[in-house]
Design a protein around this ligand. Structure first.
Ligand code: WTA
Length: 651
């Protein structure tokens, strides 16, 4: 460890107190004043009466078509929020704004990678959503039908999501960086009737031909009747006339008004697939009403959203961060958001700082991986730009190391902007553990569960632990809580609710310090976090094993200075197959084709066996310890202890 690292670790003990003048103007403080709450202690205490709290919170954020009869109905492990209400999230995200002054407020500032810019107002958004919603109806999409969306960061992506929600259809967005096969599996799992994609998009100066990937997926997706194609690059693309239709042809002449479907508040809004410990991703289900309240509340309080703010959540909409904090929450709050298509370091490492300066961004929300990337380029790129409009910063997706926290604070925030380190998951829908702008900050800690939310750290016996690593659990339901896994209720119950009765198991090892600050240490299960994105170890293993020359594979995550974790794999080849460098490259490419570039193994080691238990379970923990040169512990229960030595020799 370098001297610098040590000093940063010591600095972890530093506490950054919020500035008095900022505190008084915050949304949370104003709410406290209205509710006669004198300090944050009283706030957390009062919010402990969580049914009361969510009722109060919902009043300021959402408008029901018909009121609810009950705030919450909790029958472990299934929850309903705002029971009996008639609702549609699109009413709050779009419709309600066109009846106010926000009609002409900019909803999205879009910047393409080549530099093309388009701003759309809430009224523009309203019209575009209505036109597409009417068109989807014409294609036969009805309430409850699924629509697969495979689009990059262009305006048509939020428009498509909202158009589905408007008519009560369920969208299932698949990250445009995922492969054709990954898209196909997700489309088939949810039996999508229609898919929406585009000809291509720009990434790091070159074009990605997404339609070709979509075509490959659709060769084997029998439920899909139509493929709607956005023209982005304008290049010639393959076309299936009986199935494909251009977006612009479809919406041409489509009526500008479309009634929003009055749904039950607990009807599903979307499925979003995320990795678990098996090779098959889980289709996480979110519903309209509670999700709307939970996402809007958290954005409003944590990032203190004001009408004068320019919000930039620099995630991709293909992940939950983009669903909640690029699309739904900012729109419900009537915010102006930046939507950027391309790579952060294209054409130069100051593209982001240029964007912040150009649009006067006030709130920036990104991941530790991005921060570490910019750290690598150095602060001179930052100093070329005026970032003085920034007033709050955020981090998400993986633990932020204190060194990156301090750099972010110092160079991006100019020591003026508090950093909101928000812990949450695809399953939680919105932030659960996060500071508020009134919270004293400890670099590297996401601080406390937000008011109205409750989490704890417990040991294997289910007893709360402090100053030691334990299981992070959420102790009562929350509005954005997942409603299940599509077509897999048993997996839902087993994954989240079976280890500790009535408690939601998050799957993260966490420590609570003496001041009750939560320190997330990483996944407890076999799920990798690559650049903040979830990839199951077993998904990569299945992809490797699907290659005809591979007999077996074991995948582990290794600490990586930029990406948080890198993918290291141990591959057993079929009998008679000779290991070679060219095969290694082929296998890397194979995984990339199967799953997408983000899942491509950084390392492939050829071995003759991988350590297994007698029942045949691959011992990833042992492999990881050996590969990292750590203590492997007792391996006497292994069926093939000699395989451990081979791992040691291979790396
Ligand atoms: C990790 C992303 C530390 C954690 C929103 C969690 C974090 C998983 C943080 C969910 C954070 C997310 N500090 N770790 N602030 N935020 N994580 O579903 O391991 O892609 O369980 O949702 O990311 O990843 P997911």
């Amino acid at each position: 460890m370098s001297g610098e690292d040590i000093s940063v670790l010591l600095d972890e003990k530093r506490i950054f107190k919020p500035k008095e003048e900022l505190v008084n103007q915050t949304n949370v403080k104003q709410w406290m004043d209205i509710h006669d709450i004198k300090d944050d202690k009283e706030l957390y205490k009062k919010a402990g009466n969580w049914e009361w709290f969510w009722e109060e919170i919902s009043k300021d954020l959402v408008e029901w078509y018909e009121p609810y009869k009950k705030v919450v109905e909790w029958k472990v492990p299934y929850v309903k929020w705002f029971v009996g209400a008639k609702y549609n999230i699109v009413h709050d995200a779009v419709d309600k704004h066109v009846k106010t002054w926000r009609k002409n407020k900019v909803a999205f500032i879009f910047e393409g990678e080549p530099g093309d810019v388009k701003k759309i107002t809430y009224n523009d958004l309203y019209i575009e959503v209505n036109k597409l919603a009417n068109s989807l109806k014409k294609l036969g999409v009805k309430k409850g039908d699924r629509v697969g969306i495979y689009l990059p960061m262009i305006l048509e992506l939020p428009i498509a999501m909202l158009a589905c929600a408007k008519i009560g259809a369920i969208h299932s967005v698949v990250f445009s960086g995922f492969s054709a096969i990954a898209f196909r599996d997700r489309v088939n799992d949810c039996d999508a009737k229609v898919v929406i994609t585009c000809d291509g998009f720009w990434r790091r100066g070159t074009k990605v031909y997404l339609k070709q990937q979509a075509d490959e997926a659709l060769e084997n997706a029998p439920s899909v009747k139509h493929c709607v194609v956005v023209k982005r690059t304008g290049d010639g693309i393959p076309w299936t006339p009986s199935r494909d239709v251009w977006w612009h042809d479809l919406v041409f002449n489509s009526p500008k008004e479309c009634e929003t479907e009055r749904l039950d508040a607990n009807d599903p809004l979307y499925f979003l697939y995320t990795s678990g410990t098996t090779g098959k991703p889980k289709g996480i289900i979110h519903a309209h009403g509670g999700y709307a309240v939970g996402t809007a509340y958290t954005l409003n309080w944590v990032f203190d959203m004001k009408d004068t703010d320019i919000w930039w959540c620099a995630a991709d909409i293909g992940w939950v961060t983009g669903h909640s904090y690029i699309v739904y929450a900012p729109l419900i709050l009537g915010a102006t958001s930046v939507l950027y298509e391309g790579a952060p370091n294209w054409p130069q490492p100051d593209r982001w700082w240029e964007i912040i300066e150009r649009y006067n961004v006030t709130l920036l929300y990104t991941s530790p991986t991005s921060i570490r990337l910019f750290m690598k380029y150095g602060e001179d790129w930052v100093k070329k730009h005026d970032l003085s409009t920034l007033r709050l910063l955020g981090s998400v997706g993986e633990p932020i190391n204190p060194e990156a926290w301090i750099w972010y604070y110092k160079y991006i925030g100019n020591e003026n902007c508090p950093i909101m380190d928000t812990w949450w998951q695809t399953e939680t829908g919105h932030f659960v553990i996060s500071p508020l702008p009134i919270t004293p900050l400890k670099p590297g800690s996401a601080s406390h569960p937000l008011p109205g939310l409750a989490a704890d750290v417990i040991n294997e016996e289910g007893k709360p632990v402090q100053n030691a690593g334990g299981n992070l659990v959420i102790t009562h339901p929350w509005p954005g809580m997942l409603r299940g896994i599509h077509k897999a209720p048993e997996r839902y119950e087993k994954t989240y609710w079976s280890k500790f009765k009535g408690l939601y198991l998050a799957g993260d090892v966490t420590r609570k310090d003496s001041d009750n600050y939560f320190w997330i240490q990483g996944r407890a299960d076999d799920v990798l976090k690559i650049s903040g994105h979830r990839i199951g170890n077993s998904e990569v293993e299945s992809a490797l094993v699907s290659h005809p020359l591979v007999a077996e594979a074991a995948v582990i995550g290794k600490p990586h200075s930029l990406k948080g974790e890198s993918i290291s794999s141990f591959v057993v080849l079929k009998k008679g197959v000779e290991p070679s460098d060219s095969l290694r490259i082929k296998l890397q490419q194979h995984v990339s084709n199967e799953l997408g570039k983000i899942a491509k193994p950084d390392e492939i080691w050829f071995v003759s066996d991988v350590p297994k238990t007698r029942s045949g379970k691959i011992m990833r923990r042992v492999i990881r310890a050996k590969a990292l040169g750590e203590e492997v512990g007792d391996i006497s229960t292994l069926a093939n202890p000699e395989a451990v030595d081979e791992i040691g020799k291979a790396v």
